[in-house]
Design a protein around this ligand. Structure first.
Ligand SMILES: Cc1cc2nc3c(=O)[nH]c(=O)nc-3n(C[C@H](O)[C@H](O)[C@H](O)COP(=O)(O)O)c2cc1C
Length: 131
C-alpha cells in the first residue's frame, strides 16, 4: 500500500458546486478501487492525500494529473505505508476556511491524523492557504 500527497493550483477558484462534483466523482471511483484519502481546498490551492494499493493510487493520480481544472502539481511524498490515515473516507473533505480563519472542524480533523508527517503536511497547508 502507498500514500501519495500532492499540492496543486486550480485554474480558477472553483465554486462549491464544482468542488462538490469533483468529490462526487472521486468518491465513486475511489470506493470502486480501494482508494481512500482527503482533499483540502484553500483558495486556489489543493492538498490531497491518496492511499491504497500502489497500482490503484498511481492510476488515480495519472487521471488527476491530466485534469485541466488544476495545474502545477507537486508531489510532496509518495511512501509505502502499512496503515491508512484516512481509511474512513473514499475522499474526505472539510471546508478549509471561514472568515479568514481555518475552520475549527478542519483543525480538529487534522489533529486526529495519527502520522506526524502527514499531520504536519496538512497543518502547514491549512495555515498557509486559509483565505
Ligand atoms: C483536485 C482534484 C482532485 C481529484 N481527486 C480525484 C480522486 O481522488 N479520485 C478520482 O477518481 N478523481 C479525482 N479527480 C477527478 C479526476 O481528475 C478525473 O476528472 C476523474 O477521475 C474522471 O476521470 P475520467 O474523466 O478520465 O474518467 C480529482 C480532480 C481534481 C481537480
Amino acid at each position: 500500500m502507498i500514500r501519495l500527497v500532492y499540492i496543486s493550483t486550480a485554474r480558477t477558484v472553483l465554486s462549491t458546486a464544482a468542488l462538490g462534483e469533483i468529490l462526487r466523482v472521486s468518491r465513486a471511483n475511489n470506493a470502486a478501487s480501494d482508494v481512500t484519502g482527503f482533499l483540502v481546498a484553500g483558495g486556489r490551492r489543493f492538498l490531497q492525500a491518496l492511499e491504497g494499493p500502489s497500482v490503484a493510487v498511481d492510476t488515480t493520480f495519472d487521471r488527476i494529473l491530466r485534469d485541466p481544472r488544476h495545474f502545477a502539481t507537486v508531489v510532496l511524498s509518495r511512501d509505502t505505508v502499512g496503515d491508512r490515515q484516512f481509511g474512513q473516507w473514499s475522499m474526505g473533505h472539510q471546508p478549509s476556511s471561514a472568515g479568514g480563519n481555518v475552520t475549527s472542524a478542519l483543525v480538529n480533523l487534522i489533529d486526529q491524523i495519527p502520522d506526524a508527517t502527514v499531520r504536519a503536511q496538512f497543518e502547514q497547508f491549512a495555515l498557509q492557504h486559509a483565505c
